[in-house]
Design a protein around this ligand. Structure first.
Ligand SMILES: [Zn+2]
Ligand SMILES: [Zn+2]
Ligand SMILES: [Zn+2]
Length: 291
């Protein structure tokens, strides 16, 4: 688990840092994990009753209160010392996708394989990276995330099924695999996955488009941000290939409220009238959502 400091060019209030969103770091792609991993002692309560009521209407009564994103001391923003403990405050993330490509030899393998070694700088989580150790060169080349994932319309997300795809659904060959570009466009059509063991290869273009969906397996209801699979399963068949970082991969549900401090209202000559008017006319409906 990595705690991503809020000063990395993304503010704590940004929807980009909500559970389930993917964030690009310089050498790694990470997924913001579920609320169970968020440090409650680093957040404060949000006292907006109407906003809480709206969220409960959408998600259910199990939502008891609203919290701010993790916060450091007030002076945190002006600090430049990376060794300060305030830099351990942040949003919990985990590497995703979990397949990496060696920038040197193009090896494609899971992050958990012994082929890759993590390099973690405790006070600079943004510099976390993986390197390919099995090389004869003196300096181990960096391994970058394979930028393909699969997702379904029910919100499930998974690593691209590399072994299944290159072997056209035939089980038995464990690879190793390699991923390389055969053109200069950088598009999916110019990327090819190859098995070093059996020699099979396949263009990534065969994973994209409606007509190619049959080349992908059924959804296994994975929820990597929660580290589990949806207990209700998923009937979506098959999944869709997507590029990591695509703008249509993830959409937050945004609910907002106009905050009028009670103290400032009651201090005014029309304060009581404003409060009762707001209470009378407050309605929760579709227009309150996605603003
Ligand atoms: Zn390598
Ligand atoms: Zn093979
Ligand atoms: Zn699904």
């Amino acid at each position: 688990m990595i705690y991503l400091p809020l000063r990395l060019g993304v503010t704590g209030a940004s929807p980009r840092l909500s559970s389930g969103s993917l964030v690009d770091l310089p050498n790694l792609s990470v997924l913001v994990t579920g609320l169970e991993d968020w440090r409650e002692d680093q957040a404060t309560d949000v006292g907006e009753e109407r906003l809480l009521h709206t969220v409960q209407t959408i998600l259910g009564a199990q939502v008891l209160r609203l919290k701010t994103p993790p916060r450091g001391p007030e002076t945190y923003g002006s600090q430049s010392n990376w060794f300060d403990d305030a830099h351990t405050i942040g949003v919990p993330v985990a590497p995703f996708p979990r397949w990496l490509v060696c920038s040197g030899c193009r090896l494609l393998a899971p992050i958990v394989s012994v082929l890759f070694e993590s390099k973690v700088e405790p006070y600079r989580p943004d510099r976390t990276r993986y390197v390919h150790n099995r090389t004869t060169s003196k300096r181990s080349p960096i391994a970058l995330p394979a930028r393909f994932v699969v997702a379904c319309v029910n919100g499930h997300l998974d690593d691209f099924p590399w072994l299944d795809f290159v072997h056209r659904g035939q089980p038995g060959c464990p690879g190793p695999l390699e991923l390389y570009e055969v053109g200069t466009s950088g598009e999916a059509s110019d990327v090819e996955v190859n098995c070093r063991n059996c020699g099979r290869s396949r263009r990534m273009a065969e994973a994209f488009g409606i007509e190619n969906q049959r080349n992908l397996p059924a959804c296994n209801a994975r929820r990597p941000q929660l580290r589990d699979h949806d207990p209700n399963g998923c009937k979506e068949e098959p999944m869709r290939a997507m590029l990591q970082g695509a703008s249509n991969l993830w959409f937050p549900v945004i609910v907002s409220a106009l905050s009028v401090p009670v103290g400032s209202i009651t201090a005014g000559c029309h304060g009581g009238a404003a409060v009762s008017c707001l209470s009378r006319n407050w309605r929760i409906g579709p227009s309150a959502l996605n603003r």
